[in-house]
Design a protein around this ligand. Structure first.
Ligand code: GNR
Ligand code: NI
Length: 175
């Protein structure tokens, strides 16, 4: 199968602010999209990628939080929803493929349980900890039109948004 890398949408963009629609069921098109998204994520490289980041406004994301040295562990989570979050919190320096070059400390629940469907249409519920807990929450936020910069102060967020506008303008000029 030929590689088909998708273009990752850069903030600010109205498509990154939308609440995405539930996936109605698994289909060959969805499987192909998930494959393309995993390839795009590995190529970037990143540890997660949500459908709206490639302009598909549907509720699914891919991720792989396996350690770099080990075997890859590609995951696809469809219609994910939180069923539990820990009282315990943790802070990670987050980045986003839609906000290249920006890294900020973000505090979230340290553990979550998420219910979701897999590519075979089977329902699961799973507990995520550590980096996986951060990543699943970051990706779920994308499906609700939320970016990690939305957790920052207004001043900081506006500074980052201005930087991204400038980056996009310069990039457009280079094309
Ligand atoms: O590649 C990514 N790394 C990352 C690091 C810390 C917290 C979250 C992430 S997700 C990000 C890829 C991305 O933008 N997913 O939406
Ligand atoms: Ni992101």
């Amino acid at each position: 199968m030929p590689m088909s890398l998708k273009k990752i949408i850069i903030h600010p963009d109205p498509r990154l602010k939308k609440i995405c629609a539930p996936v109605s069921g698994v289909s060959p098109e969805l499987r192909q999209l998930a494959t393309d998204m995993l390839e795009t994520m590995y190529d970037a490289p990143g540890i997660g990628l949500a459908a709206p980041q490639i302009g598909v406004l549907e509720r699914f994301f891919v991720m792989d939080v396996a350690c770099k040295e080990g075997a890859p562990e590609p995951r696809v989570l469809i219609n994910p929803r939180l069923t539990w979050t820990s009282e315990e919190i943790s802070t990670y320096e987050e980045g986003c493929l839609s906000i290249p070059g920006i890294y900020e400390d973000i505090t979230r629940p340290a553990m979550v349980r998420m219910a979701f469907m897999d590519l075979d249409g089977c329902e699961h519920e799973e507990e995520f900890t550590g980096m996986a807990a951060t990543c699943t929450q970051h990706e779920l936020d994308h499906l609700d039109g939320k970016l990690f910069v939305d957790y920052l102060s207004g001043i900081k967020r506006r500074m980052i948004t201005a930087k991204m506008r400038k980056l996009k303008k310069e990039f457009a000029r280079d094309l």
